[in-house]
Design a protein. Structure first.
Length: 904
């Protein structure tokens, strides 16, 4: 039985048993910043289980896409090396919210696996929590098993908790015995289904209290049950993965190294679904997890000897293997973006991969099995060359070389501010409770803003203080949040900012609405009491700022037109990655891997403005999600939609959208692009203006253009040619000035001092640019010479040191300049340059002089400066304290080194 058929049978079985089919929630959890990825089927029902969210639904069934590759739950390192671990997997689950409990849940599970799937019950065994006598007896009655097949477990493996406090309860696991004596114990007997009986609430002291409503949460890994049904002992031998692995083997021309092919197949699947939800490779949080997945797969592709990008070539097999009725549709919609992203990330990583592998080979050349790679070596690969640590660990694992984790951590210690975001990933914290309490009490806010700008009979259901406490009243000056029974105010969502306006109560009470948000269709009016007072139960006239709303309508409709036109011009890979619809501007982020050219931007502007001039009608309708998609409506990746969706149609543009729009495109007026830029890898951003804002922008540019024309004394039409002439004249003037500076430098009275056979030349130049001095220094080729020049111009002082090539084995310019300014500087042995304090030029030259003087006591100076390496400090101090003539002993300086020190 194939994987897709098992999923369909599971859903159908529970739907036939009065369960409501619920779509998979996104991999990016909604309203839960503490969880990096959705990692279990129960995540989308968490607030129902805790009681924070009320629902009419009693029973549910779902096939949930899950990811465990970051945060607290991370299976990444096990993938490929075991038969059962995946980063991305599907979790089949049935749920009860205060309806049925243990007996019915066990009956459903037993019926499905023994009748629907026809599993041999002699290969099944059960575990229960050791004190759960009820579950034990139910299993005995339903299965007919003897006590040796129903095992009591004393550990917490069979007692499930959502967190340190909250709903919890015993669980019962169903195991299947593959029966092969050649398998390791952990691979022979596998858990296929876990039934959680949530019947307690755990308090902060760890005490258990009976829940008033008992719930059921079950989870069965689709890949595991598919392996059982297909009579294979390795999840990677099921139909889905075998198709991906076969294609990988075909391209690479190698069937050995099953681990590598497993990792490629698994990571491709996980990466594809992440990209389909709008995640793109990056250096932080979820984006970094995606980057790790692609790069780890790339490393194994390289290991197999395939030197081209591969993941995007295998991806079509994943689409063919994934049911379009469930999750395949989102892969099809994002096909172009997924393929482009996979290919780009692979290609961009190749150079780093090759350099890192070669360096790691050098680091491990003298190490044998059982030895340890120093942590600082791994850190150098990671920090200097950008070589991922997990790939280093993979290679060490293959070589059976240990890793010095402590050394790596110590080397990392100085970098407290990590590029990656810190994610708790526990999933144990809920959303603000006050809003759930209010929506459970009052239900959803009725939004009437599509039809009306004002309602005169809105009732105040609740008032919440700035401290998120429900209060009965508020007086003048207080900042509050108001919940109404109905509202014309649009709550911020879909990129469109919330409405502003006023709530007026008879008797001169005026409340200014500064913003509107919404949580689960509860509209939150963020207000300040301007005059009078307000009480719970009051009736008010709710009025939006009509002019502001109209600008939002213009910008939101223009955003839809922009999206439509970009896909026409750049290609179907263009999808919305984010947007801002504000009163004064619009911002649109979209997937595209290269800069949009100026000609393309002009074409985009022209096409959008053409659609505006056509004065197209905008219409909306409510229809089923599947019908909307079938008719070509664009859905945003990562968004979860209900079965009924609102479709906004403007000409040939169709998008799922809850925002406010113009009735005809002519209302938009003018559309003008202001900027185009990059915001992340593979994501571009366009900012644009409409209506009066666009007209003002064009007018301001016209005024500025006329001012420039007046300044350069040319007509507007000739500004470009006039500026070109002025630029050429400016360059000629710069060259003349530079030549004059060179003559000034040559005219300076610069003398040298001999120290131990070395010519030491020092001088300070005033009001001459540092680049002129640097060029002058580079021209000096006198042997056995050290030059130390400072250039002071406009309160900025630069120190430049040059050491002749015949001395660099003894004296380093980089070392001298570091000693002179007492900090680590760049440069090399021959030339170094840095900024310095103009008040400490004298001290800097003294330090250089002393170091050169001490050079006769040492034959090599390729050491770290004394302030950086304590081991050298005593040596340097001793050398400098000997009675060699120091700079200050030998010369008197009457002014800050504007003349040679030997001139006394």
């Amino acid at each position: 039985m194939k994987l897709n058929e098992i999923r369909e049978r599971f859903i159908k079985f529970f739907v036939n048993n009065d369960h409501e089919q619920v779509s998979s929630s996104p991999l990016i959890p909604e309203h839960d910043p503490t969880l990096m990825f959705t990692n279990a089927g129960m995540v989308q029902f968490k607030n129902i289980f805790t009681g924070a969210q009320k629902t009419e639904m009693k029973r549910a069934v779902s096939s949930q896409k899950c990811l465990r590759a970051g945060g607290k739950h991370n299976d990444l390192e096990n993938v490929g090396y075991t038969t059962r671990h995946h980063t991305f997997f599907e979790m089949l689950g049935n749920f009860s919210f205060g309806d049925y409990f243990k007996e019915t849940a066990i009956e459903f599970a037993w019926e499905f696996i023994t009748k629907e799937l026809s599993l041999d019950k002699n290969r099944l065994s059960i575990t229960v929590y050791h004190t759960d006598d009820e579950a034990y007896e139910i299993w005995r009655k339903i299965s007919g098993f003897s006590s040796d097949k129903i095992i009591r477990i004393t550990t917490d493996d069979n007692f499930w908790s959502m967190g340190s406090t909250g709903p919890c309860g015993p669980c019962s696991e169903i195991f299947y015995d593959h029966g092969s004596p050649n398998l390791q114990e952990g691979d022979r007997i596998v858990e296929i289904w876990n039934l959680v009986f949530m019947e307690f609430n755990k308090d902060e002291e760890g005490n258990l209290h009976k829940l008033p409503k008992k719930c059921i949460d079950t989870g069965m890994g689709l890949e595991r049950i598919a392996a059982v049904m297909q009579n294979v002992h390795d999840n990677y031998d099921i139909d889905l993965f075998s198709a991906l692995i076969s294609k990988s083997q075909e391209y690479c021309g190698r069937t050995e190294n099953k681990i590598a092919h497993k990792i490629i197949a698994d990571h491709l699947r996980a990466a594809a679904f992440l990209i389909a939800e709008g995640v793109l490779p990056g250096n932080e949080g979820r984006n970094y997890v995606l980057r790790r997945l692609i790069r780890r797969a790339t490393r194994y592709i390289h290991l197999l000897g395939y030197n081209d990008s591969l993941l995007h070539r295998i991806f079509p097999v994943l689409i063919d293997s994934t049911s379009s009725a469930y999750m395949g549709a989102e892969l099809v919609r994002a096909k172009s973006l997924i393929e482009t992203t996979l290919k780009s990330e692979e290609e961009n990583f190749k150079d780093t991969l090759m350099k890192g592998i070669n360096l790691l080979e050098k680091f491990t050349t003298d190490l044998k099995s059982g030895d340890t790679l120093p942590g600082e070596s791994a850190f150098k690969l990671y920090d200097t060359y950008g070589f991922p640590l997990d790939i280093t660990l993979d290679i060490l694992k293959e070589k059976k070389i240990n890793f010095d984790q402590k050394g790596f951590d110590d080397a990392m210690g100085e970098q407290k501010e990590r590029a990656r975001a810190k994610w708790a990933g526990s999933g144990e914290k809920s959303v603000e409770q006050v809003w759930f309490d209010l929506i459970n009490k009052f239900g959803k806010t009725k939004f009437v803003g599509y039809e009306f700008n004002e309602v005169s009979d809105a009732k105040i259901l609740a008032i919440v203080s700035s401290k998120n406490e429900v209060i009965d009243s508020a007086k003048e000056g207080e900042k509050i949040t108001i919940i109404l029974d109905k509202t014309p105010f649009y709550g911020e969502s879909g990129g469109q900012v919330g409405d502003t306006g006023s709530l007026i109560k008879p008797g001169r009470s005026i409340i200014i609405v500064e913003n509107t948000n919404k949580v689960n269709d509860l509209y939150l009016h963020r207000c300040i009491v301007k005059f009078g007072s307000i009480c719970k139960g009051d009736t008010v006239t709710a009025s939006i700022d009509k002019e502001r709303r109209q600008t939002l309508r213009r910008n939101h409709s223009a955003t839809h037109l922009l999206h439509f036109v970009l896909r026409k011009i750049l290609g179907d890979h263009v999808t919305q990655k984010g947007s801002l619809v504000a009163p004064d501007k619009l911002r649109f982020d979209f997937s595209h891997n290269t800069q949009v050219t100026q000609d393309q931007l002009f074409l985009v502007e022209d096409m959008v403005n053409s659609l505006i001039r056509e004065n197209l009608s905008a219409s909306t309708k409510i229809q089923s999600m599947n019908q909307a998609i079938d008719e070509g409506a664009m859905a945003l990746f990562g968004e979860k939609y209900s079965d009924q969706v609102r479709v906004v149609k403007i000409g040939d543009s169709r998008e799922l959208c809850g925002g406010t729009h113009v009735e005809h495109t002519g209302e938009i007026g003018l559309f003008k692009i202001v900027t185009e830029s990059s915001v992340a890898f593979g994501v571009r951003r366009i900012e644009a203006l409409t209506g009066q804002e666009a007209i003002n922008y064009v007018r301001d540019n016209e005024i500025n253009l006329k001012k420039v024309a007046e300044f350069v004394k040319a007509p507007v039409s000739e500004i470009t040619s006039r500026l070109s002439i002025l630029s050429q004249e400016h360059k000629k003037s710069e060259t003349k000035i530079k030549n004059l500076y060179k003559k000034l430098v040559s005219a300076e009275n610069i003398k040298s001092t001999e120290i131990n056979g070395i010519n030491f030349i020092s001088h300070t130049f005033t009001d001459i640019p540092a680049n002129v001095i640097r060029e002058f220094v580079l021209q000096q080729q006198k042997p056995k010479t050290v030059i130390a020049f400072t250039a002071t111009e406009k309160d900025k002082t630069v120190l430049i040191i040059k050491v002749s090539k015949d001395l660099i084995n003894k004296i380093s310019a980089k070392e001298l300049i570091s000693i002179a300014v007492k900090k680590n500087c760049g440069g090399n042995a021959e030339l170094a340059q840095t900024g310095c304090d103009s008040n400490k030029i004298d001290d800097a030259i003294t330090a250089i002089y002393s170091k050169i003087t001490a050079s006769k006591h040492s034959t090599s100076y390729h050491h770290e400066p004394s302030y950086r390496r304590g081991a050298n400090k005593q040596r340097d101090d001793e050398l400098l304290c000997r009675r060699e003539p120091s700079y200050r002993d030998s010369f008197a300086v009457s002014q800050p080194l504007t003349r040679d020190p030997a001139s006394k």
